[in-house]
Ligand binder design. Structure first.
Ligand SMILES: [Zn+2]
Length: 111
């Protein structure tokens, strides 16, 4: 599954919207604040991007909160185990599947 990395700054209101959007769509992501993460900042500079929010989704880059594009590129969603409430990341490109909870071993429907 592709990792989702969200590059933000604390003062950017679109970044807040981006995080709300990812949460609403049950997408797991790693947040990097470019004011504190020099590596993330350099990565943006290397790609000639000078704005946040920017999303790295697998090998793809989305600049700005392009919701349709993000949903198209992300290949997983977060499902909560009904038994132990562990958060599981399940693929969205395999239709309805059952995954086994790594914690309590119960079977969890992917949607
Ligand atoms: Zn469980």
């Amino acid at each position: 599954m592709k990792d989702v990395v969200l590059l933000t700054t604390k003062t950017c209101s679109y970044c807040k919207m981006a995080k709300d959007f990812l949460a609403q769509n049950h997408i797991q992501y790693i947040e990097k604040d470019i004011n504190f993460d020099a590596e993330a900042r350099n990565e943006l500079a290397r790609r000639n991007i000078n704005g946040v929010p920017t999303f790295f989704i697998g090998d793809d880059v989305v600049v700005g909160l392009d919701k349709a594009k993000i949903l198209e590129l992300v290949d997983h969603r977060i499902v909560e185990c009904p038994n132990c409430h562990a958060k599981l990341r399940v693929p969205t490109n395999k239709g309805a599947i059952n995954v086994r909870c790594p914690k309590c071993k119960s079977s969890v429907a992917s949607h």
